[in-house]
Design a protein around this ligand. Structure first.
Ligand code: PMP
Length: 448
């Protein structure tokens, strides 16, 4: 099979070399070329590739059983993974439901919220407010909650059109407010939206605590998070955190929510939770939400592969790696180092308008003018071009051009949590080379 002969299709025709193998933060193609996986794939491979301890635990489970349907058997891997997940999560989140991916997790969180409302006599509550921009997945329900036009538009008439509020994009604001005041101002948009939608019809507010593919690692001011929690409490609206990307240790805490000491009502996890060893995700919720649903006839929801023993054995081994090797602390420490080095690049590359993020969920944004944060012209396709230059050099980074509300080319730099300081220097060397080449390439365009 060659690049030009394939029966398989994804979003676009992007010919790529065949993957051969992975090792730690590195991937190798079949020609032997080495790549640094500085985006952990799509922010997935949190503990690095081909970890022998995880593979051994998966192999041990494979030798016993790879599948046992959850209605026929309990399994130790699923029970143990649920217990470990609860132990690593803040108090108040103590029931776990397994799925196989992020979109499934988001859909499951919303359906649990809805059934909880029905079970507690609040059947009018059905609207889920989410943010713009945001990304919550590509299945219809999750897409309806996603604030990202290119993905939504083709399917728009086929969705409900759930209400949206602006996500804080404070780095673009040029008003005289303090960070704290800005955070409050953005949070109050949620109150306005709840009032507009009809408070007794609003079921939940869904948000990524730190934007991922949607906003490029955008962190809101601290005041935003605490005020959001207060508003949800005041209106009896459930707060759902989509931690599909930010969870499982990536930001230097197991859940990003922990940075602000707030507890969401439901959390969606995936990506780093299975860390690329198995398709795996989960929702974590408080017993006070789950028990009424179970008492009222059960959760009318569930995917065939949910809680399968092989994926759960992988997930358990991943969480053990995080714990036994202090990888969450490493993410916090290495995140500081990497962020400082990215910030230092700003002195040499005026096209870097912003560096942001927490832990190892980091990003930079390219702009035409740092003062005004004017984006690069759309048809320059900076987000795609810099990624290609880096790829040729053996550096994998992840990019998007955000559209709607704000516009800009951002690049996520999210290496596996096992990264070391010398490996950060390897990333920085290649990134510097890639930026120098790109800056040279666009110099002529700037003059036109
Ligand atoms: N939520 C967030 C925050 C995500 O980043 C993603 C994936 N990029 C999803 C949901 C959807 O996950 P999946 O692609 O596994 O369905």
């Amino acid at each position: 099979m060659t690049d030009t002969q394939s029966y398989l299709f994804y979003q676009t025709r992007t010919p790529r070399p065949f993957l051969d193998r992975g090792e730690g933060i590195y991937l190798y193609d079949e020609s032997g070329k080495r790549y640094i996986d500085a985006s952990s794939g799509a922010m997935v491979s949190n503990i690095g590739h081909s970890n022998p301890r995880v593979l051994a635990k998966m192999k041990a489970q494979m030798d016993k059983a790879t599948f046992g349907y959850r209605l026929h058997f309990r399994t130790h891997p699923s029970e143990d993974l649920a217990a470990k997940t609860v132990a690593m999560t803040p108090d108040g989140l103590d029931r776990v439901f397994f799925v196989s991916g992020g979109s499934e997790a988001v859909e499951s969180a919303v359906k649990l919220a809805r059934q909880c409302a029905l079970a507690t006599g609040q059947g009018r509550r059905h609207k889920v407010i989410s943010r713009y921009p945001s990304y919550h997945g590509c299945t219809f329900g999750a897409l309806d909650l996603t604030g990202y036009d290119p993905l939504r538009e083709p399917f728009a008439p086929m969705m409900e059109g759930m209400p949206k509020v602006a996500a804080p994009t404070t780095y673009l604001d040029r008003d005289a407010l303090s960070e704290e005041e800005r955070g409050i101002r953005y949070a109050e948009l949620l109150r306005d939206k709840i009032e507009e939608a009809g408070p007794d019809t609003v079921l939940a507010f869904l948000m990524e605590p730190i934007g991922g593919a949607s906003t490029g690692a955008l962190v809101a001011p601290d005041s935003y998070y605490t005020r959001i929690r207060e508003i949800c409490d005041a209106y009896g609206v459930l707060l759902i955190f989509d931690e599909v990307m930010s969870g499982a240790g990536r930001t230097g805490k197991f859940l990003a929510a922990e940075h602000w000491g707030i507890t969401p009502d439901i959390v969606a996890l995936s990506k780093g939770f299975g860390a690329g060893y198995a398709p795996l995700g989960a929702i974590i919720a408080g017993a006070r939400l789950v028990e009424p649903v179970l008492d009222s006839g059960g959760f009318q929801h569930g995917f065939t592969y949910a809680g399968n023993p092989l994926a759960c054995a992988a997930g358990l081994a991943v969480l053990e790696e995080l714990e036994n090797h202090n990888l969450i602390e490493n993410a916090a420490r290495m995140g500081e180092v990497l962020k400082a080095k990215l910030q230092a690049l700003m002195a040499r590359y005026p096209i870097i308008g912003d560096v942001r993020g927490k832990g190892l969920l980091l990003a930079f944004e390219l702009v035409a003018d740092r003062e005004t944060m004017q984006p690069l012209p759309k048809d320059w396709n900076a987000h795609a071009r810099l990624v290609e230059i880096a790829y040729d050099l053996g550096l994998i980074i992840y990019s998007r051009r955000t559209r709607g509300g704000i516009e800009g080319d951002h690049f996520l730099i999210c290496p596996p949590l096992v990264i070391t300081e010398p490996q950060i220097d390897e990333i920085m060397h290649l990134l510097d080379t890639a930026l120098a080449r790109y800056a040279e390439e666009i110099a002529a365009l700037f003059e036109e």
